[in-house]
Design a protein around this ligand. Structure first.
Ligand code: 6GU
Length: 264
């Protein structure tokens, strides 16, 4: 996969040289290019922003440096590749989820446009639609100063799904959100530590019982921390034991979907 990132702080993306993603780049699994937006300016001061039409606080990123930078990316795109996706990190975008990470991992070419200040002149996105599939994407309902931290998160979430990046692909299956639930708690040696014991079932060697306990813990955790994930959960094919656990946690199955039982 090829990834291009355009930012006025290219150094912000230095962590992509490290760890799993850095290794994926070294191994040639991920072809990552970071571009300095200012290198696409033509004035002596390398200006990237100006005051907003209509007034208001802050500055807006000028369109021309962005058009120059994105045109350079289009020219460099892999031979014969389909229309690349342009991801615009923004608190006003669609939510970034594990499902979107899987979707983006199927692409040949992703481009990230990191805005700063109050954002990028809207006409850039209208123009960019001729060359890219434009997708504003948000990490969650809070505000960052710019898209760079969000790009670090998204490149890691997508990059680890590429074939060969994570050594043991099984570890992608049993993790939070891969099945719509939070992960079960995990333990390692010693079995007794500061007066605390590992749950006995995990030492029993009974793989059926262990699987059932882990499933129960996933439901319990998800109900406690993220009830929004259980509401509407597809429960059509759940085993009877799972259904009764969910019933105890306060959920019923109506037309194949989990619904929270009214209290009282
Ligand atoms: Cl993706 N970008 C910015 N700038 N702020 C955010 C965000 C993204 N997600 C949440 N807040």
């Amino acid at each position: 996969m090829r990834i291009d990132v355009v930012s006025i702080f290219p150094d912000y993306l230095a962590p992509l040289d490290l760890s799993l993603i850095g290794k994926a780049r070294q191994d040639g699994l991920l072809d990552l290019h970071v571009h300095d937006l200012r290198s696409f300016t033509t004035d002596r001061h390398r200006t990237v922003d100006d005051t907003p039409y209509g007034g208001g606080a802050g500055m807006v990123m000028k369109p021309e440096p962005w058009a120059q930078a994105l045109s350079a990316v289009v020219e460099a795109r892999p031979e014969g590749a389909r229309k690349p996706v342009l991801i615009v990190p923004s608190p006003a975008g669609e939510r970034f989820t594990q499902a979107l990470a899987y979707e983006l991992a199927e692409e040949e070419h992703l481009t990230f446009a990191c805005g700063r200040y109050e954002g990028i002149d809207e006409r850039v996105f209208e123009w960019a639609q001729e060359h890219f599939e434009v997708r504003p994407v948000s990490l969650g309902d809070y505000v960052l100063n710019g898209g760079e931290v969000a790009v670090l998160a998204m490149v890691e979430a997508v990059g680890r799904l590429l074939p060969g990046v994570v050594g043991n692909p099984e570890s992608l299956v049993e993790e939070s959100h891969s099945d719509g639930l939070l992960e079960y708690p995990v333990y390692t040696k010693p079995s007794q530590w500061r007066g605390r014991e590992v749950p006995a079932v995990l030492l029993s060697g009974n793989h059926g019982k262990i699987a059932q306990w882990r499933r129960h813990e996933q439901y319990r955790r998800t109900a406690e921390r993220r009830p929004d994930l259980l509401e509407g959960f597809d429960a059509g094919n759940l085993p009877r034991a799972d259904r009764s656990e969910l019933h105890v946690l306060g959920y019923d199955i109506v037309a194949g979907r989990l619904v929270r039982r009214p209290i009282g």
